[in-house]
Design a protein around this ligand. Structure first.
Ligand code: C5P
Length: 244
């Protein structure tokens, strides 16, 4: 087995990546990177600071000078004026929790509006560039499960094993509505399908690090799989391919 292996999971919104990544990291005892959360944090804080979400140099200065990421650290009482102190807390088997300037922001970060804002800022090369070292720093012993859109293509191109998850857009819309605890009726489904399609299109067609299937990726269609089935298929592949 390689030292500190990386397993990447890429795919479109609500394809099951986050759930699979949490289950695998808990099972393997690996660190977990939810890279979408970093883009959500940038989208949310930049919009809170009333920046234009397409202004590359404004975003670059903002991230460099005013955004501070702390992982699993005790929040400090001192907040520099105008800055956003972002504390990300990791928990085994469940999603990360986040506080910004002492405020719990878990719900707003995972809202549909923040999803759209994150997808807009994620198309800005300067933003992607500044987030790369933060993502690579998450690779610590004994290994990492990394969830996102460009994990296997850009951030961890040498990963030992790459998955690409997908599912029909109807299934993904249903899952996202469930996740947001919204009713699943015809009109909300139609609206969610259209939102997902727009976001996927933006993610797939941007110039930098577009969402695509990494070379040699194991493709997993999760449309008709339960969470347990998805986990079992992925876990079996890991055992067969990288012997862990
Ligand atoms: O996965 P999640 O829905 O939280 O990601 C939010 C947005 O962040 C995505 O729609 C995508 O635009 C962006 N993203 C990205 N690269 C990643 C992860 C997420 O561009 N590695």
């Amino acid at each position: 087995m390689a030292d500190n292996p990386v397993i990447t999971i890429d795919g479109p919104a609500a394809s099951g990546k986050g759930t699979l990544a949490q289950r695998l990291s808990a099972d393997l005892g690996f660190n977990l990177l939810d890279s979408g959360l970093l883009y959500r944090i940038v989208g949310y804080t930049a919009s809170d600071a009333q920046l234009s979400l397409r202004d590359a140099s404004g975003l670059e200065v903002f991230i460099r000078d005013r955004l501070r990421f702390k992982i699993n650290q005790e929040p400090s009482r001192e907040i520099a004026p105008g800055s956003y102190e972002v504390y990300i807390f990791k928990h085994v088997g469940v999603e990360d929790t986040v506080s910004i300037n002492g405020r719990n922001v878990n719900l707003v970060l995972r809202s549909q509006e923040t999803g759209v804002n994150s997808s807009i800022v994620s198309a800005v090369p300067e933003v992607r560039h500044l987030l790369i070292p933060i993502q690579r720093a998450m690779l610590t012993p004994p290994g990492l499960v990394a969830d996102g859109r460009d994990m296997g293509t850009v951030v961890f191109p040498d990963a030992q094993l790459k998955f690409y998850l997908d599912a029909s857009v109807g299934t993904r819309a249903r899952r996202r509505l469930d996740q947001l605890q919204k009713p699943v009726d015809q009109s909300s489904l139609v609206k969610m399908i259209s939102e997902l399609e727009q976001r996927d299109k933006r993610d797939r067609t941007r110039d930098i690090a577009p969402l695509k299937i990494p070379e040699n990726a194991q493709i997993l269609d999760t449309t008709n799989l339960t969470i347990d089935e998805m986990f079992t298929v992925a876990r079996t592949t890991i055992r067969e391919q990288i012997l862990i």
